[in-house]
Design a protein around this ligand. Structure first.
Ligand code: ATP
Length: 451
């Protein structure tokens, strides 16, 4: 994880928030490469959920919601973590994350000092709206995006004539006052979620739950994630959230071990029942195709962290390998014991898709490379680099996860071809400039991860 954290900073993926003031715990900033990667992960999920599913529509609800929402959802009462402190070293732990024997003996796992009793700690950030700081002005930062979907479900049925079964997808920020934030961006106080709520007829919920488990698994396969680094974890009775009938996590093998990446939950009709109760509004669905049958739908939720997905994609893509000498290496790189760090992003996720590199700055090669870049820019995320030996420039692009490099050399001037160099195999092909864009499109479409 240290290597990934340092590469993320060095290459402009992720910076510590407010670093010049010593950093802000639980918050991170996404740099030029990070924001591109995050946007592409979000776009891949959005496409999967909305474009590829006729029965799912999108939503972007406000972060600030009426405070009654969180009473109805059960978050005011139940969204707590068990907290213990060490009286000696002042370390703070989540009681469910330390060894049970330490908890039983009230012994600090770090210094052996005495632990306090376990107390409940609500994870919602509370603030005030308006000028008065009294109890009437309390408002929460949403701890999940899901509730924005539930309170809009009737609006969406009416405005978009949706019929059950159907889904609503949303990507947005969520906030949790996490007790322990470690492992880089894995668990943070401010993060982003990609959630989809699928509304179904009661009695069909188990079938849809299994269907969504299958679809979410297939999604990660399509993204080229190492499938032996993914597994299912079913929530036991003591892990199930207050609203859930059944829940499975997709776990990923992060450098610190297996951890939750995404949850698939059968939330029953709990949320809509509660909103009926708290708002006094009728949340029933009227099935016009079925004698106006009325019922409160069940909800199957798929809930993934966007920022946690970004960490997963970084870990999954990270590789170090020993490489033999490379053609066009310019002599100063590529000896037999050369090592490279490479991020094997799927080309559809890579922040830069293609880098254009003139072999030399002189003799018109730079101008020719700039022209090629200009052409490619309309359709691809491009980079241009003319500094240093070509081998070193390839390494820089490998480390940034750029899947394709185009090198312009003296032959290019004669026959209007360029070298297309592939990040994963480091193989090179000679391609006519006129065919470059089509070739890149085809390579992206047929991409298969080889390592
Ligand atoms: P945990 O029990 O680990 O605190 P959770 O089971 O409460 O997490 P969910 O409420 O199911 O998590 O959240 C859905 C998804 O949102 C998670 O799978 C994760 O990807 C993401 N997520 C939740 N909390 C955080 C956080 N603090 N930082 C980053 N991502 C988070």
């Amino acid at each position: 994880m240290e290597k990934i954290t340092s590469l993320a900073k060095r290459r402009g993926f992720v910076f510590q928030s407010s670093e010049i003031y010593g950093g802000q715990n639980g918050a991170w900033d996404y740099g030029p490469m990070g924001v591109e990667l995050k946007n592409r992960i979000a776009a891949a999920w959005w496409k999967e959920m909305t474009q590829l599913h006729d029965d799912i529509v999108g939503l972007d609800a406000a972060i600030l919601m009426h405070p009654r929402t969180w009473e109805a959802s059960g978050h005011v009462e139940n969204f707590t973590d068990p907290l213990v402190d060490c009286k000696k070293c002042k370390a703070r732990f989540r009681a469910d994350q330390i060894p049970p024997e330490n908890l039983a003996a009230k012994k600090c796992p770090e210094c052996g000092g005495e632990l306090t009793d376990t107390r409940k700690f609500n994870l919602m950030f509370k603030t005030h709206i308006g000028p008065a700081e009294d109890s009437a002005s309390i408002i929460y930062l949403r701890p999940e995006t899901a509730q924005g979907i539930y309170v809009n479900y009737k609006n969406i049925i009416q405005s978009n004539r949706m019929k059950i079964p159907f889904g609503i997808a949303q990507i947005g920020k969520a906030f949790r006052n996490e007790i322990v934030t470690k492992n880089f961006i894995f668990r943070t106080c401010e993060f982003e979620q990609m959630e989809m709520q699928f509304f179904v007829k009661p009695g069909t919920d188990e079938e849809w739950f299994n269907e969504w488990r299958k679809r979410r698994w297939a999604y990660y396969e399509k993204l080229g994630v190492k499938m032996d680094h993914l597994r299912w974890h079913q929530h036991g009775p003591d892990e199930l959230a207050h609203y859930a009938k059944d829940a499975y996590d997709i776990e990923y093998l992060f450098p610190m071990g297996w951890r939750e990446l995404e949850g698939v939950h059968n939330r029953t009709n709990y949320d809509l029942n509660r909103h009926t109760q708290y708002s006094g509004k009728d949340m029933q669905y009227i099935d016009q195709d079925n004698n106006n049958e009325r019922y409160i739908p069940y909800i199957i939720e798929t809930s993934a962290g966007l920022t946690r997905n970004l960490l997963m994609i970084l870990c999954d893509a990270y590789d170090e390998e020993q490489v033999a000498s490379e053609k066009n290496s310019g002599g100063s790189e590529g000896s037999a014991d050369d090592w490279r760090t490479v991020l094997r992003f799927h080309p559809s996720l890579a922040p830069v898709t293609v880098a254009v590199l003139p072999l030399m700055k002189k003799d018109g090669l730079a101008e020719m490379a700039q022209d090629i870049r200009k052409e490619l820019k309309e359709d691809f995320a491009t980079d241009y680099d003319q500094g240093g030996a070509i081998g070193r420039r390839y390494r820089r692009q490998d480390e940034a996860g750029t899947p394709f490099c185009v090198t312009v050399d003296y032959q290019s001037k004669e026959d209007h071809t360029v070298t297309l160099r592939f990040r994963d195999s480091m193989e090179q092909a000679r391609v006519p400039i006129a065919e470059l864009a089509a070739r890149l499109r085809q390579e992206i479409k047929s991409y298969k991860r080889i390592k």
